[in-house]
Design a protein around this ligand. Sequence first.
Ligand code: FAD
Length: 388
Amino acid sequence: MTNLEFPKSAWIDDELSMLEDACRQFYERECAPHYEDWEAEGAFPRDLWRKAGEMGLLGAEVPEAYGGLGGSFAHDAVIAYQGNLAGIDGWGGGLHNSIVIPYLIHYGSEDQKHAILPRMISGELIGAIAMTEPGAGSDLQNIKTTAVKDGNHYRIRGSKTFITNGALANLIIVAAKTDPDAAGHGISLILVETDGLEGFRRGRNLDKLGMKSNDTSELFFDDVRVPTSALLGPEEGQGFVQMMQQLPQERLLVAVYAVARIERALRHTVDYVKERAAFGQRIAEFQNTQFVLAECTTEGTVAKTFLDACIAEHLEGRLTTEKASMAKYWLTDLQAKIIDRCLQLFGGYGVMAEYPMERMYRDNRIERIYAGTNEIMKLVIARGLLKD
Ligand SMILES: Cc1cc2nc3c(=O)[nH]c(=O)nc-3n(C[C@H](O)[C@H](O)[C@H](O)COP(=O)(O)OP(=O)(O)OC[C@H]3O[C@@H](n4cnc5c(N)ncnc54)[C@H](O)[C@@H]3O)c2cc1C
């Protein structure tokens, strides 16, 4: 493959560089040979999660006191970037590592952390976060799932949809109304361990455009009883604020995926245009090809530089929600544009399943929708700009 590489990130030190190598080997050895099978099956095998745990690729952000490496988002960004650079786009490890685990780190009680985090690090527990419902996606304050106190238990009733890792997850953070009459202030997050849990049901593994190896499911809570100690945080009604606090890291993670995939699309395309010929010359020799590749590589390099600046700010605790939203919206839009332009240079082979651009084209579409749609990102940016 071409040696095209985006500039190395200044925040990557020697330790993270070693992690990059370990990730490359893991994805190449354990994932790439089986990826098509997992696409057909609609999920990664549970066994792969265990292997990732053994390799130290789960829960890198978890402090040592709870069995983790005491790392930071930098570790998870490396794991996610290398996975997407290697074409392992559908693995829900990013959500488990950078979205679900941080809720426990930030808001979990000591008992919850000791009981749950070691099992998330080993891959015994696979994490999911269930916010979206059939009637409430962008408008999260309008969720209908309830968690009503009954003695020292909550009774959870409602349904969720579009939940990543939904078919496999056995540790689910459920957003529910503990005060059904209130809007955002009525929402709490509840930790639900699903193995053997009465009243909990999974719906279909949803058939979707792209990301076929990633399970996305409906979840049903038919009067599920969990102890009140499963509440995340010291008191009820904190769920909306907790979600708003954690969303910037979720958005940054999606931005990491986007830039890694831009780099990968360009690598595939540079290789292809050097091989394929038309009118007696290589596609690479047409000036249009050269201009497209020059433009896309320039934009990708600028994108990586912006992403690195956002990651550096996040590592210092300075990344604003507005800037995380800019990264999510702008980099996923750019990803879609560049993948489309690269696909065009493959001609008809671009849409053939044996060639890499076909999967890249369908896999990237969801990135502009989940983790907050790009329209919602623009609202967040504008609100920050216009506030008095
Ligand atoms: C593959 C996949 C995986 C997902 N994983 C998860 C998960 O793990 N956990 C989870 O909880 N959710 C998950 N989601 C849900 C995802 O976050 C939502 O789909 C997303 O937030 C949008 O909600 P919606 O689909 O209800 O669209 P809607 O909110 O109905 O939006 C429809 C359209 O209206 C626009 N719109 C809505 N409000 C406004 C506004 N105020 N101003 C302007 N435009 C607006 C939107 O941008 C969009 O274009 C996933 C979704 C998919 C498809």
